[in-house]
Design a protein around this ligand. Structure first.
Ligand SMILES: *Cc1c(COP(=O)(O)O)cnc(C)c1O
Length: 397
């Protein structure tokens, strides 16, 4: 009878396909970059859908540092951290991340998904409260599920709702407010100044997941707490090395010494999953060095973002306003978003359409992401394609 489970999966897959929600993977035959080569596709594509904000995914300094790490520290660790999987460079990277973000200490994970998956269960018991933004990343949602804490969810960036939830949670022993620093489908910033103020008022800790900010948001690239000038009011941060900081993999949590020490003792993804590979650790050290030495990549990214946003808005597209390199171009209709993405592909521009359940129904979009690696000429070609296809699909006139 259990074989019916497989038939059941097939029926569900058919259903997903029928609804136009089936996600296809498109293999690339090139490294990640401003321009990529996709399998079965003659023309190179201008890539507007990678999290490669600073263009470090195939940057020569990163590749060199990864090679160095490979030569000096080997390929893999074949151990978790506390058995025999900690090298000098793992400790160096933890120190460097903590100093970069001006926190007591940092702890590495295999991914930010694991970091968020591991933290809540360690910090909070059944007499505590976790208060979470409704648009938080899936890994925060899953991490919260694994904890016994009472759960409160507030409407996205709605500070009145957050305050109401904080009041409700006053009966609990400890309170933790958690938010993405940047909401990845919208490219909007969490209202950290107000969140920190409310957390102070209602005696809560604040945790920010800065995966879409570390390395390029804020004057030093230290992320949204720096950007908003509330570095003292954010107690914990998590983030990824899998986006701006080279895009390989790895995540971290920073915070007070006692929290980081406790995570080393109790966080299950830390205790029971392999150490980060030496080439990645060494290259991530190089990435932070690079960002500390020069603001050039951050500035280039900001310039590219401002240019693309201005021209796309002038063309008449419905864009969620802001300043973040995530630039969502709204179509409303899911089919329109798919058509826009498919047609742009024909014009040599690689973008992805997002529709329900990734975004709310009726809010389908093509999400573009700027990179410091894009040249002005590439952006112009992409914008021209958007205008041509946008007219064709009657998204603009
Ligand atoms: C990408 C992302 C993650 C996951 O990071 P990985 O290191 O790829 O697991 C977690 N949280 C947020 C907000 C993200 O954008």
């Amino acid at each position: 009878m259990s074989k019916n489970l497989i038939h059941h999966m097939q029926a569900m897959l058919d259903d997903i396909r029928e609804q136009g929600l089936y996600k296809q993977e498109r293999p690339l035959e090139s490294p990640q970059g401003a321009q990529v080569h996709a399998q079965c596709w003659d023309e190179d594509l201008i890539n507007l859908c990678a999290n490669n904000y600073l263009g470090l995914a195939n940057h020569p300094d990163m590749v060199a540092a990864a090679h160095e790490g490979l030569d000096s520290h080997g390929f893999g660790m074949a151990s978790v951290r506390f058995i025999c999987g900690t090298q000098d460079i793992h400790k160096q990277l933890e120190r460097k991340v903590a100093d970069f973000l001006r926190m007591d200490d940092a702890i590495l994970f295999s991914s930010c998904f694991d970091a968020n998956g591991g933290i809540f269960e360690v910090l909070l018991g059944d007499t505590d409260a976790v208060i979470s933004d409704s648009l938080n990343h899936a890994s925060i949602i899953d991490g919260i599920r694994l904890s016994k804490a009472e759960r409160y969810r507030y409407a996205n960036n709605d500070m009145a709702d957050l305050e109401a939830k904080l009041i409700e949670a006053q009966a609990q022993r400890f309170r933790l407010v958690v938010t993405d620093g940047v909401f990845s489908m919208d490219g909007t910033y969490a209202d950290l100044p107000k969140i920190c103020e409310l957390a102070e008022k209602y005696d809560a800790l604040v945790m920010v997941d800065d995966s879409h900010a570390i390395g390029f948001v804020g004057e030093r690239g230290a992320g949204t707490p720096e950007f908003h000038g509330v570095e003292g009011g954010v107690h914990l941060t998590s983030g990824t090395f899998g986006k701006a900081l080279g895009g390989a993999s790895g995540g971290y949590i920073t915070g007070p010494q006692a929290v980081i020490d406790m995570l080393r003792q109790r966080a299950r993804p830390y205790l029971f999953s392999n150490s980060l590979a030496p080439p990645i650790v060494n290259a991530t050290l190089a990435a932070i060095d690079l960002l500390e030495q020069s603001a050039a990549l951050r500035q280039q990214l900001a310039e590219n973002t401002a240019y693309f946003r201005r021209r796309i808005e002038q063309a008449g597209f419905d864009v969620i306003p802001g300043s973040h390199p995530i630039v969502p171009i709204m179509t409303g209709d899911a089919l329109k978003a798919q058509q826009l993405a498919a047609e742009l592909m024909q014009h040599g521009v690689y973008v992805t359409a997002f529709s329900f359940p990734v975004v709310p129904k009726g809010q389908a979009r093509v999400r573009t992401q700027m990179s410091a690696a894009h040249s002005r000429e590439q952006l112009d070609r992409a914008i021209d394609a958007f205008i041509e296809v946008g007219k064709q699909l009657q998204l603009i006139s």
